[in-house]
Design a protein around this ligand. Structure first.
Ligand code: AMP
Length: 143
């Protein structure tokens, strides 16, 4: 199964913000939109970083409340692992497990076309297992 199948169900929307956004604004967006990561894009809309809930927790642990007025660029991860729509779901699961992160932006060329979280992957895998289970049950009943 490939990443494109997940995006065809969940959609292609990705919340992005600029590197100069403050951590407080970033945190507000995450809370309001009920998401765990913000992709940071540069002037040409290219991915230049990612900020997740964990980065915000670490920033506050390191700097206290003053972190909130600092720019997200101070805390974002710059070396972002991305995938393409043609990548398999199994391969991105492996990347997330090995890299200990839960979000992967989907990029085609330099265009951001979606984001997949570990929650999306688990949801997809459960759906796949239910289908396999029901196909096997039907097979047994008709055999
Ligand atoms: P997460 O588990 O997604 O909250 O992220 C844990 C840490 O990994 C944070 O420091 C994130 O900035 C970083 N991170 C999240 N997603 C990615 C990614 N796709 N590539 C590189 N680092 C990431």
């Amino acid at each position: 199964m490939i990443v494109k199948s997940i995006l065809s169900v969940k959609g292609h929307d990705v919340l992005t913000t600029s590197p100069t956004t403050t951590l407080a604004e970033g945190a507000k967006t995450l809370a309001e939109k009920r998401i765990g990561a913000l992709v940071i894009t540069g002037a040409d809309n290219r991915v230049v970083g990612i900020v997740t809930e964990r980065d915000i927790v670490r920033a506050i642990a390191a700097h206290g409340a003053s972190a909130l007025t600092m720019a997200v660029s101070e805390f974002m991860t710059r070396k972002v692992v991305t995938c393409s729509e043609a990548d398999t779901v199994a391969s991105i699961m492996e990347q997330m497990t090995a890299g200990k992160f839960r979000h992967i932006p989907v990029v085609e060329g330099h265009r951001l076309v979606g984001i997949v979280s570990i929650g999306d992957v688990v949801k997809w895998r459960l759906h796949e297992m239910e289908q396999e289970h029901s196909a096997l049950r039907d097979y047994i009943q008709t055999a």
